[in-house]
Design a protein around this ligand. Sequence first.
Ligand code: HEM
Ligand SMILES: [Ca+2]
Ligand SMILES: [Ca+2]
Length: 294
Amino acid sequence: QLSANFYDKSCPNALPTIRIAVRSAIARENRMGASLLRLHFHDCFVNGCDGSVLLDDTPTFTGEKTAAPNNNSLRGFDVIDNIKAHIEGICPQVVSCADILAVAARESVVALGGPTWVVQLGRRDSTTASLDTANNDIPAPTFDLGDLTKSFSNKGLSATDMIALSGAHTIGQARCVNFRNRIYSETNIDTSLATSLKSNCPNTTGDNNISPLDASTPYAFDNFYYKNLLNKKGVLHSDQQLFNGGSADSQTTTYSSNMATFFTDFSAAMVKMGNINPITGSSGQIRKNCRKVN
Ligand code: HEM
Ligand SMILES: [Ca+2]
Ligand SMILES: [Ca+2]
C-alpha cells in the first residue's frame, strides 16, 4: 500500500527538506547519520515502522525510550523534531513521523557515501508504543547467530537481510557496557583491538564510554565492517557471529571483497525493513509533534 510518490502532490518539498536537514545535522555532528539510521531500525522492529519509538513517556503513557536497548542509547530525537517542525510549517499534518524516519535513514546512508534506494511512503503514526516489545524484539548484542537470525525472521526478514543490515555497523558508536564482556573474556577477537578498546572501557567502570563499531572508517558507509570481521575485529559479540565458522561466513566474505554486492543487498533489505507492518489508510494519525499523540 505504500508508494514512492505518496507526497508528490500533498507535500512536494517534504523529501528535499528532510535531505537538507539531515545533511546539516551530520555537518554539525558526524555521528548523527548513524544515530538516525538506528532510530528507523528500532522503530520498525517494534510494532512496525509507525513512529512509536519517538513517543515520550508521560505520567499516563509508557513509551519505548526507556527500554533496555534504547535507554541512554538512542539519539537524534531533536533532529527529528526539527525536521517535523519545518515540514509542519510547509504542509501541516500531511507527513508522518514514521516516514520522516524512513527518509532520514536513507539520507544518512547516502550522505556518508553509502547506497541509495527508493523509500516507500505513506506510513501513518501510531497512537501507541510498546515497552515490552522493545525489550523483547530488538536483538541484543549478546545474541549468537541463531538468535540473531530468529529475531529477524520474526519480522519477515531473511538471514541474508540480517547479515546485510548488520553492515549498518560500518558507522556509529557503541557503549562499553555492550562490548565489555567481549573484550575481556572472549577469544575470537583480535588482541590489538581488544587492548585498544580496553583503554576506554575499564573492567568495572565507564559503562557509557563510547568507541566506534568500525574502527577503520567510523564515518564512512562502506564495507569495512565485513573486512574487520574477517580479522576478528567485530566490536560486539553479535557482530563477530557473522564470521565465526558458521553459516554466515560465506556472505560476510563476499561483502568484505565486494562492496557493490553489499550495497545492493543492504538497499533491498532496508526497503523490506521499512515495509514492516505500516499503518495506512485511515488508521493511526499524522502526529503534529513526533513526541506525542495528537
Ligand atoms: C543484528 C542485530 C543488531 C544488534 C544486536 C545491534 C546492536 C547494537 C548495539 C548494542 C549498538 C550500540 C548501542 C549503544 O552502545 O548505545 C548498536 C549501534 C548501532 N546500530 Fe545496531 N544492532 C543490530 C542491527 C542493526 C541494524 C539492522 C541497524 C540498521 C539498519 C543498526 C544500526 C546501528 C547503528 C547505526 C548504530 C550506531 C548508532 C549511533 O552511533 O548512535 N543496527 N547496535
Ligand atoms: Ca514502531
Ligand atoms: Ca565504515
